[in-house]
Design a protein around this ligand. Structure first.
Ligand code: NAD
Length: 323
């Protein structure tokens, strides 16, 4: 069995490799070759923690496993340097059921989430996109920006955040990527952006229908729970809507609100994997607004974990144990 410790993941897992892994598994999901198991999430009544499992099986990539973990709200204040989100991925041999690998899941969660919006940009954004708009400036935002800029020839980044004091993260990340950054109001962000990524924990709409101009691609990445919302439901009504998994999109994703209010139906939402596979044309015109509802599925975690195991083996950094 192979172990890839948490601290080895940032060095081994490139965002390129994460994008390839996530793109492939989205394709497998749309072909029916891969499926996610029902998610378990429990308040365990200890340390105020939320703990659960996200698993699945990818028959095409022969990846079987589970990500176990969740949220421990007091870690940061109680244990120096220990983040509140904690997860570990376990991979199994689908032929025998034997464990194949244990992989740190914290960095990989950030990487696979960034990869998902990057895959949506690769397949749905206009080829001539030049301006990236960021809504949100938390931990994830830097990852989303780094993976996004690999997909198009972006010339600059504009950003907005509910807590303006956090905007330095976007400025620093853009500087690291060699791109100019400007903090702007939402109307300017919408007027100038070709691609917008929303990555906040908001529970009411930030980005309105009127903010977004024709031809924009919007990747909504923050809404992964019932009750969260980043964009006005009317924006989904006006857009061509894509997602990782339709069942999650309508229940815990951004589409939950537009479907509940009757602005779109479940059948209006396409799987991004179908676009990857070429069975869906994707964006219908240069004027269409495309919107990707990235809800986050277990198969993404398994795909990047399997990828980092291969990278660790190739780099001679895999820790092998008899089990
Ligand atoms: P974070 O705590 O580091 O940052 C939170 C962000 O949300 C900040 O930009 C903050 O200013 C903003 N925010 C907080 N309260 C707000 C409010 N009331 N209105 C508007 N904005 C508000 O979190 P993060 O790690 O950057 O994650 C951001 C979101 O992405 C979270 O909701 C998280 O659950 C979600 N997420 C989704 C996936 C997925 O696969 N879809 C994966 C990881 C994280």
């Amino acid at each position: 069995m192979i172990i890839v410790p948490e601290k080895a993941c940032p060095e081994l897992m490139t965002l390129d490799a994460a994008v390839e892994a996530v793109e492939a598994v989205f394709g497998a999901m749309a072909r029916g070759d891969a499926y996610n198991f029902p998610v378990v999430r429990e308040a365990i009544g200890h340390a105020d923690a939320l703990y659960g499992f996200k698993g699945g099986f990818d028959r095409a990539g022969l990846t079987l496993g589970v990500k176990a973990g969740g949220y421990w709200p007091h870690n940061l204040e109680r244990y120096e340097g220990l983040g509140n989100h904690q997860s570990t991925v376990f991979l199994f041999d689908p032929d025998t059921g034997r464990p194949v690998a244990v992989v740190g899941g914290n960095y990989l969660t950030a990487a696979r989430t960034a990869a998902a919006s990057a895959v949506s940009i690769r397949h749905l954004a206009r080829k001539d996109s030049k301006v990236l708009g960021m809504v949100g400036a938390g931990h994830q935002s830097a990852f989303q920006m780094r993976a996004a800029v690999q997909q198009r020839d972006f010339e600059r980044v504009v950003g907005w955040n509910f807590h303006p004091e956090m905007l330095s993260r976007l400025a620093d990340t853009a500087a690291e990527l060699g791109l100019p950054f400007q903090a702007v109001e939402l109307d300017q962000l919408g007027a100038e952006s070709d691609v917008i990524i929303t990555i906040t924990s908001s529970s009411s709409p930030i980005l309105k229908r009127e903010h977004v101009r024709p031809g924009t691609h919007v990747a909504c990445m923050g809404t992964d729970t019932k009750g969260k919302q980043e964009v006005e439901a009317e924006l989904l009504g006006a857009a061509e809507v894509f997602t990782d998994e339709v069942a999650q999109s309508v229940s815990i994703g951004e589409a939950q609100h537009a479907v509940a209010s009757g602005l779109i139906a479940e059948g209006d939402i396409a799987q991004i994997g179908a676009v990857v596979n070429g069975t869906h044309a994707g964006r219908s015109s240069a004027e269409a607004i495309t919107l990707f509802d990235g809800t986050g599925v277990g198969l993404q975690d398994l795909a990047v974990a399997a990828s980092v195991v291969r990278l660790a083996q190739a780099a001679g950094k895999a820790i092998e144990v008899e089990f």
